[in-house]
Design a protein. Structure first.
Length: 505
């Protein structure tokens, strides 16, 4: 792999002999966020049993973190450009550790919701700052591609490590332990980062426009909330009102950015076809993937009845594929082309999802594992190269804001994917034929059906569960087909939008 790299030739790069050590600090921050994003789902049943939240409170415990991150990413990326990316990264990491403790020891549903929201504020500072620092530390384009590949590979590894570590902790300790694993990582990041990370910022940043911050926050939170509510409870007055409010706030945000002399986000970045194409590809890819990822762990645990640790291990091929592909993605894009690697990766994911349309309750693991491996390889190639394109398309001074746009696309894509594809799976599931005496809650989710079965006569419970699982798998197969269609269409769009796009040599 290293033979594909040439020595750094820029004066600034030569003056940074510790840049690879600095990268090791940045990937710790990525690991922190990736692991935390995956452990809550495993811990939710235990939190629900201990804190006894209402259904609405439980939804907020799960959603408020992503709501706040989606709303603050652009603002925090821009703030890092202004006050210093190293400073905001270290402050954010410290706050992330402190809020993890608050999460672990929350004693009421209300405190848990507040703790998750504050964790989202801290998390919004981390991902844009890490990518922006990579843009400013690695000046040789080939080295930067490898650094972005390592960054993406760490995120993929973190999503795999999270369920495995979380499953182990939940089998041996109380649910708060899944949050406390953040502390040693945060401590190393802050102590080592103080020494190794160089500071960088926009030399002429202008003021941080608070009106733009509020418009961005209100707009993103309202839109994401509207999408999730519409998927969960149908298109009623509340999600429509929230969606209109969000759209109006985002429209006002864009108009304001076009009139400010130093905007929070320079909208002219979107005139770059490579930048816009890469952001759109990321959003649609996550949209197509997230529905599958969201329901896959339920399939493994509630349909195939695997324990949490085994279910986490079963998803490992996706991370292995993403790590391997991410490390060679930059070199591959230079040898062939950006659009060939991105479109090829997206098409591979689409075909892997299409193969899951034949899924049933007894599908053997080799089929599922192979599909997950292909999904991981395709994602590793496409996400790594689009991240490189986004960083390469903007001036160094705007790296934080550009990175935040990329991360916002991920968050919005995840919300839309879970809402749109999730509604397909849930809609099919709810129609299952249930024997007499089945509680209404069994039709809400497969987890609800499993819980309801424990209070039913054995023969009736088995009949109900068999029907519920069959409908859930039917819904999952249809959702995988819809995701495949989205990914294949995105592959075609990327082929045209990333035409003539090149990574630096």
């Amino acid at each position: 792999m290293t033979s594909t790299l040439r020595p750094a030739t820029t004066t600034e790069a030569v003056q940074r002999p510790g840049r690879w050590l600095a990268l090791s600090v940045l990937v710790l921050a990525v690991l922190l966020v990736a692991v935390d994003a995956t452990v809550l789902g495993l811990a939710t049943p235990y939190i629900s049993e201990d804190l006894e939240p209402t259904g609405t409170q439980l939804l907020w415990i799960g959603d408020v973190y992503s709501f706040v991150i989606a709303g603050l990413l652009v603002s925090m990326g821009s703030l890092g450009d202004r006050i210093g990316r190293k400073r905001i990264l270290l402050l954010g990491a410290t706050a992330f550790g402190a809020m993890s403790v608050l999460n672990a020891y929350a004693t009421t549903p209300e405190l848990m919701i507040l703790a998750r929201a504050l964790l989202g504020v801290a998390g919004a500072t981390l991902m844009p700052a890490t990518l922006a620092l990579i843009r400013n530390i690695f000046h040789d384009p080939r080295e930067r591609s490898l650094a972005v590949g390592i960054w993406g590979a760490t995120a993929s590894a973190g999503t795999a490590v999270g369920p495995i570590v979380g499953g182990f902790l939940l089998e041996h300790f109380w649910w708060g332990s899944v949050f406390l694993i953040n502390l040693p990582v945060m401590a190393v990041l802050v102590l080592v980062g103080i020494k190794l990370l160089p500071e960088s910022r926009n030399p002429n940043p202008g003021p941080w426009d608070m009106i733009s911050v509020v418009l961005s926050l209100v707009g993103m939170i309202a839109v994401v909330y509207a999408v999730k509510e519409a998927a969960s409870h149908g298109v009623t007055g509340e999600p429509i009102a929230a969606g209109l409010l969000g759209a109006a706030a985002l429209y006002a945000f864009v108009r304001r950015q076009l009139t400010l002399p130093t905007p929070l986000l320079d909208m002219r970045l979107f005139r770059n076809r490579g930048f816009s194409g890469a952001v759109l590809a990321d959003l649609l890819t996550i949209l197509g993937l997230s529905g599958l990822v969201f329901f896959l762990s339920q399939y493994l645990q509630l349909v195939q009845e695997r324990p949490p640790l085994e279910a986490g291990l079963a998803e490992l091929p996706a991370a292995v594929g993403a790590v391997a592909a991410g490390l060679v993605a930059g070199a591959t894009a230079r040898r062939y082309s950006v659009r060939a690697v991105v479109s090829g990766g997206l098409a591979a994911i689409g075909l892997a999802l299409a193969s899951l349309t034949v899924l049933d309750e007894s599908t053997g693991y080799p089929v599922l594992g192979a599909a997950l491996l292909v999904v991981g390889v395709g994602a590793g190639f496409s996400f790594t190269v689009t991240a490189d394109v986004i960083l390469s398309s903007v001036p160094k001074d705007q790296a934080g804001a550009a990175s935040a746009v990329s991360e916002t696309a991920y968050e919005l894509g995840a919300a839309l994917g879970i809402a749109v594809l999730g509604s397909i799976v849930t809609g099919v599931y709810r129609g299952f034929t249930a024997p007499a005496g089945t509680p209404e809650g069994a039709h809400e989710s497969l987890g609800g059906a499993v819980e309801a079965a424990s209070a039913m006569p054995t023969s009736t419970a088995q009949e109900m569960l068999s029907s519920a699982r069959e409908s859930f798998v039917d819904g999952l197969a249809i959702g995988a087909g819809a995701g495949a269609a989205v990914l294949l269409a995105t592959a075609i769009a990327a082929w045209f939008m990333l035409r003539d796009q090149r990574l630096g040599f």
